[in-house]
Every structure is written in C-alpha cells, then in structure tokens.
Design a protein around this ligand. Structure first.
Ligand code: HEM
Length: 510
C-alpha cells in the first residue's frame, strides 16, 4: 500500500528531489537562500557539495525554438502544462526554455531565452538581491512602453541598486502606514455598498454577479485609502475608473498572458505585437489629473519628504493604485470568493463560527489576527492561485543556483523565470500539494510553512523594504482579504454560488 502510494505520488508529482524539505530562505540579502543545510551533521569529515551540473533543456534553433515554445505556451499546452511537461521531460525543476513574447514582431530587442526555476529552493534565489537584478524584468525580457506610465519607469521596474527604488519604496510603505487610519472604515463602507447592490440584483433577477460591484468597491476604497482622493468628487471618474484601469492593464500585458479566446485569433491579434499606449492614454491622463488635484496631500508628501518630482509621484501612485493594488485584488479576490461560495465541505460554517466568535464586535486588523482559519484559507488560496504567477530576475553575476536536487552554474545576464503555481506545489515543502487544505497554515507547523509562501515575491514571513523587491502591500493584502471574508460571514448566515455569481438567496445574519 505504501509502495503504491509512493508510486502514485511519483506519477502525480513531476518534482525531482521529492521528500526533502529545503531550508527556509534566508532574510539576509548576502546569502544564497537555501544554499546551506539546517541539519546538524554528526560526521567530522566535511562532505563536499556535488559539482554543478549542466542545465538541462535548450532554447532550440533561432526563431523555430521560440516560436514552437510560444505556441505551446499560449495554444497547445497553456502555461501550467508547458512548465509541467518540461519539468517531467528533463527530470529537473531547473531547465532552459523560451517564454513568450517572441517571434515575429518581438524578435528584435526581446530575448525569450530563460532558465526556469520551479521548486521552492531554486525560486528563492530570485529574492537574493546580491545575485538577482530586477531591472525592467517585471513581466520578463519584454517591457511595456514607459509611455503607458507618463514616461516614468515606475518602482516595480526598478532594481534595488537604483537609488530611486529605495526612495519610491519607502514612500509607498509610508502612504500605506498613513492609510491605515481610514483603511478599515473605507473598506467596510464600500463592502456594505457592494453587498447592498448584490442583494438588490439578486432579488430582482434571482442571480447576481458581483464582479462589477466588487470592482467599484475596490476602486473607491483603494483610491481613498492609498491616494487620499475621494472619487465621489468626480462622478465621471467614479463610474469609469475601473474600466480605464482594466483597459490600461490589458494593453500593457496582453502580449504575455493567456486568455483562452478562440485560437488562432488570440495568437494573431493579442500575442504578436505590443499595443501602443495612445489607445488608452486619454483615460490614463484623466486619472493622472484626478490624482494631481484630489490627492494633493499625498502627492506633496512624495515631493517634499521623498525628493521625487511631481510626475514621478503621480505616475507611481497611479501604478501602485491601478497595477499593484487594484490589479492584484481583482485577480485574487475572485479566486478567494470562488472557493468559499462553491464550498460543499462545511468550511464556510467553520469559518463563520470563527469570524463571529473571535475578534470582538468591530472588525480591525487585530481582530482578523485572532482568526487563524480565516487567515489560513487566505494563505492557501494564495498558494494554489498566486495572483502574479510568473516572476523574473536577471543574474547580476555568475553564481551557483541550487535546486532540491542539484546545483547549476548561472552566467551573468541570464534570465531566471519562476512559475509560482508549480513552485507552490513543491512536494518537498507542501504535503499533498495539489489539494486545497484550509487548515494548512494553522498552528506552529503552519507558521513554519509561511517561510515558503512566495506570492508577494518573497516569503510571507519576510518584510518588504527598500533593500528588496517584495510587495510593499504584503501584509495589507492578506489582512484585507481576511477582513473581507470575515465581513461577509458576519453579514450573512449563508452565501452560495459559483465563481462571482450568487445563485442562492443571501440569508442575512439573525
Ligand atoms: C492582491 C494584491 C496584490 C498582489 C497579488 C501583489 C503582488 C505583488 C508582486 C508579486 C510584486 C513583485 C513583482 C515582481 O517584482 O516580480 C509586487 C510588488 C509591489 N507591490 Fe504588490 N501586490 C498586491 C497589492 C499591493 C498593494 C495593496 C500595494 C500598495 C502599496 C502594493 C505595492 C507594491 C509595490 C510598491 C511593489 C514594488 C516593490 C518593489 O519594487 O520593491 N501591492 N506586488
């Protein structure tokens, strides 16, 4: 039986080195994460590390290799199968391949060659600022035109070695800290408004999607909290803001994302050339003007206390608001709601009991910290559905990269590419990795696993700073998601549906 289970695990898991948990990544930027072992050796003779191996895989013939990989990635396989199949083929979590965009119109200036890093240990090298250069690689070797962001290279594209990165990162963390005074009240009032709209739709149509009400809620809440600007001052912005941001995001990212519309149309029209910024500049400029006028206090803070120009502040604020915060939550929350609404295991009831019994009468950041199951469900959703699936870093110098299984020489300038949905299923770290386990992150064992939860481009146990590239909003994201869940469970005795559609009557709390 045990042998059968092992065989089954071996066929399910494409991971080599299965069964050995790597060391948690080091918080120090000077050491290579996972490069040393925590186990205490009783042997007096030091064991020599095995010599680095050649990296398996290849980039193929020029043009043909990138084109074939592009079609596999977007059309014949999809990103998940693309990485899984190659990991199985090479018997290695580290291998050479190509990722789109590529041939034909991206062939000049965009190099699709990457080294994929697909287990926790190899992926964690991308957090080490000594070896990982993050300059202009947010979405890979391809970078959307800076004309999308007012000709400003925003924080997410800056490397830690650029002084501007530290200035903007500190500014971003400061505005978040200041926003915590209004964060909870803004979130709750906008959530109440969202649910009232959903209830009205449900009673008139019998079913309700909360995609649009959720987008309106996020836009109003985040604009007030992060930028200090009240969208009710501009009904036009209040109405069109989410659509403007959606289009602005889409035109930047289309060449890199798989959206599963009819092929070959997707390949021909969406993945073949970069879209020009003028298609969305009208709406973008309207939002920038709105921030300049209604977010004056925050803009002035950036200019006077962080030494940034007004343009740098406004376009970074718009990027943080639209790309990082609105974009991130718009991907993450539907997967979280999707899990809860379609639950048939009794999880919703367990969460409801915790949300009502713990945390006091009013929801605060501290009260959700007293809800370990709610928090664990948030973490487990981030593990299985990381909102930003792909991350990149360029080797700053030659270095030795370790995976669970072997080590490899990486040359200066090579681009590392990590695909989180696979990394977060590394069986040497996560037991039964394909299964959604709501309690996975509860208790001491769960806390240890936070060292390996990487959705924020760093471990959940780490701290964002000007010296690293971890998401500035890391803790706000998880606490806010927990607050949104607790708010819903306190408001309703039962919420049922699929994805973002409520299909069963909402039973209000008695
Ligand atoms: C669910 C929501 C969010 C997700 C999934 C998310 C995810 C991420 C990820 C993956 C990165 C690293 C990108 C990379 O370099 O590869 C990042 C960076 C960043 N995020 Fe978030 N984020 C979210 C919300 C927020 C919020 C609310 C803020 C508000 C301040 C924020 C601010 C930033 C900033 C400033 C960076 C750049 C960090 C740097 O350059 O050092 N994010 N985010």
């Amino acid at each position: 039986m045990a042998a059968m289970m092992t065989m089954k695990m071996m066929t399910i898991s494409p991971f080599p080195g299965h069964g050995r948990r790597p060391r948690p990544p080091s918080s120090s930027s000077s050491s290579v994460p996972g490069s040393t072992s925590t186990s205490i050796s009783t042997s007096t003779t030091p064991t020599a590390a095995p010599p680095p191996q050649p990296i398996p895989g290849s980039h193929g013939w020029p043009v043909v290799g990138p084109m074939t990989d592009r079609l596999d990635y977007f059309w014949f396989q999809g990103p998940d199968e693309f990485f899984r199949k190659r990991m199985e083929k090479y018997g290695s979590a580290v291998f050479r391949t190509n990722v789109p965009p590529s041939f034909p119109f991206f062939s000049v200036g965009v190099n699709p060659n990457v080294v994929a890093v697909l287990d926790c240990k190899s992926f964690a090298h991308m957090f080490d600022a000594e070896v990982a250069d993050k300059r202009d690689v947010l979405v890979g070797d391809f970078m959307p035109s800076v004309a999308f962001t007012g000709n400003v290279r925003t924080c997410a594209y800056l490397d830690t070695s650029e002084p501007k990165h530290g200035q903007i990162k500190k500014f971003a963390m400061d505005i978040l800290k200041r926003s915590s005074k209004v964060w909870i009240s803004e979130l709750q009032s906008n959530l109440d408004e969202m649910w009232t709209t959903v209830e009205a739709d449900l009673s008139s149509k019998g079913t309700a999607s909360f995609f649009l009400p959720l987008q309106q809620c996020l836009f109003k809440f985040l604009t007030k909290s992060i930028v200090g600007a009240d969208v009710s001052a501009s009904p036009d912005i209040a109405k069109s803001g989410p659509t403007i941001i959606g289009a602005w995001l889409a035109f930047q990212l289309l060449p890199t994302v798989c959206i599963n519309v009819a092929q070959p149309l997707e390949e021909i029209f969406l993945h073949t050339f970069p879209y020009p910024s003028f298609l969305v500049s009208g709406g973008y400029n309207k939002l920038a003007d709105f921030i300049k006028s209604q977010g004056q206090e925050v803009v002035q803070l950036g200019v006077t206390q962080y030494g940034l120009s007004e343009d740098e502040v406004v376009h970074n604020l718009l990027f943080i608001l639209g790309f990082n915060a609105f974009g991130g939550f718009s991907i993450f929350l539907p997967s979280l709601f999707g899990r809860l609404l379609s639950d048939k295991t009794g999880l919703q009831d367990r969460l409801r009991v915790e949300a009502r019994e713990n945390g006091g009468p009013n929801l605060t950041f501290d009260s959700v910290k007293q809800m370990p199951l709610v928090q664990s469900v948030v973490y487990e959703t981030l593990r299985l559905s990381p909102p930003v699936p792909t991350q990149f870093a360029r080797a700053r110098k030659d270095f030795t990269l370790s995976s669970n299984d072997a080590s490899y020489e990486i040359k200066k300038g090579e681009l590392l590419c990590g695909f989180q949905p696979l990394v977060m299923r590394d069986p040497t770290v996560f037991d039964d990795p394909e299964t959604f386990k709501p309690d996975r992150f509860v208790g001491e064992k769960g806390a240890e696993l936070l060292n390996y939860l990487y959705w924020s481009n760093g471990p959940q146990s780490g701290s964002p700073s000007e010296h690293n590239k971890q998401c500035a909003g890391k803790d706000y994201v998880t606490l806010t998601a927990a607050l949104i869940v607790a708010h819903m469970l306190r408001r309703y005795d039962s919420v049922g549906g699929e994805g973002l559609n409520i299909t069963a009557p909402l039973e209000k709390a008695k």
